[in-house]
Design a protein around this ligand. Structure first.
Ligand SMILES: C[S@@+](CC[C@H](N)C(=O)[O-])C[C@H]1O[C@@H](n2cnc3c(N)ncnc32)[C@H](O)[C@@H]1O
Length: 207
């Protein structure tokens, strides 16, 4: 089963599920919001059903939000329509192949996505190239080495059986290292609790 199929099957349940830790989510939204300016162009990948983009849309000029699951994007578009939000372009697309103009973006959001990629380093490099100097890469990532040490034994079989998505079992320091290897400066990190996803704000240095 392809990864897109896994997420298409998950989409309705994902849209209906409550946020696991509402306080942590609100704190991440607030930290992101503090960086927003009305003239900003944002890009989000792995946007799911668009909840985060819909919240930030009022604070920026435009958001381009992609997800490779058609069903996720269908739900995101219908949520935007219901909410009357018109400055988000939701697109079906994969971070590995989407067209990204060099140095065109003020901020990129990658929430709960980097641990799902086969090659996070390549994705981080694409984001770095697409950001303007001084631009922000805001992420929240399950660093499974700390969160669920046993998952590294289960993940390959789970994903083979279609019960789990592909998982990159990484540590917090490996994620940090991947960001720095691409050229980012990690400006802010926050772990809401011991076994939670790591929130990070990384910045592309000014030229
Ligand atoms: C765990 S969900 C997170 C959704 C949303 N960002 C959130 O925080 O609720 C991961 C999403 O990433 C999408 N996804 C996974 N791999 C992707 C890829 N390579 N390119 C684009 N989207 C991808 C999935 O379809 C799914 O909607």
């Amino acid at each position: 089963m392809g990864a897109e199929t896994f997420w298409n099957r998950m989409a309705n349940r994902y849209a209906a599920a409550p946020i696991a830790d509402e306080n942590a989510y609100q704190t991440k939204l607030a930290a992101t919001r503090r960086l927003l300016r009305p003239d900003m162009e944002l890009f989000e990948f792995g946007c799911g059903t668009g909840s985060t983009a819909l919240i930030h849309a009022a604070g920026v000029r435009h958001i381009r939000a992609i997800d490779f699951s058609e069903r996720m994007i269908e739900i995101a578009r219908s949520k935007a329509e219901k909410a009357g939000v018109t400055n988000i372009g939701f697109e079906v697309g994969a971070i590995e192949s989407v067209d990204l103009a060099p140095e065109s973006l003020d901020m990129v959001l990658g929430m709960s996505i980097l641990h799902l990629l086969k090659d996070k380093q390549a994705a981080i490099a694409r984001v770095f190239a697409a950001l303007k100097p001084g631009g922000y890469f805001v992420t929240s990532t399950a660093c499974l080495t700390e969160m669920m040490p046993a998952i590294r034994y289960i993940a390959p079989l789970g994903s083979f059986l279609g019960l789990l998505p592909h998982l990159d079992v990484m540590s917090q320091s490996q994620l940090r290292g991947a960001m720095e290897a691409a050229g980012f400066v990690v400006e802010h990190e926050w772990l809401p609790q011991k076994k939670a996803a790591l929130f990070m704000i990384a910045r592309k240095p000014q030229a």
